[in-house]
Design a protein around this ligand. Structure first.
Ligand code: AMP
Length: 290
């Protein structure tokens, strides 16, 4: 596996691979890799003949009071994991390489970025869209693979790619979970044992909403209230948001029609966790075709 740290070398390498006729699939990550990330890489592997992974903890998507400095990092462990799933190139730029002096451009997806996590993390999605468009320009992929765990991020990036005619196919991969249902996340490493137990409330709340929906409940407020009541019975939790919204526009719904996105952000101790699922009138399983 090639390890590349410089932007210009990465661009030259991708250009060379494209000219040689290879299809390139790209998986951007912030590292501290887990099975969810590795699943994205396996999907990328199945879709293209060269796979590029980036590991970059992007400062511009963290708020001033957020966990940029203490975000978990494990360069050597990550390189071993990436190599284990047959990635061809790992791109590991440092902050000064990505944001040299004088940097001043922002890429922004106005409306979709304003909902859900955008309300409690102002500027977060501008940081994401800016760094992802830079990474796309650096790695020049034909395909880019993202997790449905970060549903809003996937929606925002798909919109950006369409709106700016980037010509990259965006592929979403279903959320990979621990054996008990907790969505895998690098931030799960922050949880102590008691918090880890409480963290299950996100999945339990979504399961409750799915059951109620299957029994015919279509009132978004009733679904939300039931989820909130379940979450607050778990110690160390504080709700950031519980939303039942349109899966395309992310606008809040009053009544659910054919389908709805249930999205949650809950702080467990000091750790903010997110999760989501789709409610669909006939088939309640998570969609694979988003
Ligand atoms: P991150 O390193 O958290 O920025 O995530 C990098 C990519 O991995 C994003 O596309 C995430 O949506 C995806 N991802 C993170 N956790 C999971 C998971 N549990 N299942 C599937 N994809 C995930």
């Amino acid at each position: 596996m090639e390890v590349i740290e410089s932007v210009s070398l990465m661009q030259a390498r991708s250009e060379e691979l494209r000219l040689a006729g290879h299809t390139l699939a790209f998986v951007p990550t912030m590292g501290f890799l887990h099975e969810g990330h590795l699943e994205l890489m396996r999907v990328a592997r199945s879709l293209a003949d060269r796979v590029i992974v980036s590991i970059f903890v992007n400062p511009t998507q963290f708020g001033p009071k957020e966990d940029f400095a203490k975000y978990p990092r494990d360069r050597e462990g990550d390189l071993a994991k990436v190599e284990g799933v047959s990635v061809d190139i790992c791109f590991l730029p440092d902050v000064s390489e990505m944001y040299p002096r004088g940097f001043q451009t922002t890429v922004s997806v106005r409306e979709l970025s304003g909902h859900l996590c955008g309300l409690s993390r102002p500027g977060h999605f501008d940081g994401v869209t800016t760094v992802v468009s830079k990474l796309f320009n650096i790695t020049k992929p034909h395909i880019a693979v993202f997790g449905q765990k970060d549903y809003q991020q996937l929606a925002v990036i798909s919109r950006m790619v369409t709106d700016t005619n980037m010509g990259i196919e965006i592929v979403g991969v279903p959320t990979v979970r621990e054996h008990d249902g907790l969505a895998m996340s690098s931030r799960n490493a922050y949880l102590n044992r008691d918090e880890r137990r409480s963290a299950l409330c996100l999945k339990k709340a979504m399961d409750l909403a799915a059951e109620m929906f299957a029994s015919g409940e279509r009132d978004a407020k009733i679904l939300k209230n039931a989820m909130e009541r379940l979450i607050v019975t778990h110690p160390y939790t504080s709700i950031d948001y519980v939303a039942v919204c349109d899966p395309v526009t992310l606008d809040d719904l009053d009544k659910v029609g054919e389908q709805a996105l249930v999205a949650l952000a809950v702080k467990v101790g000091r750790t903010r966790l997110i999760d989501n699922c789709l409610l669909k009138a006939r088939n309640l399983s998570e969609r694979r075709d988003l």
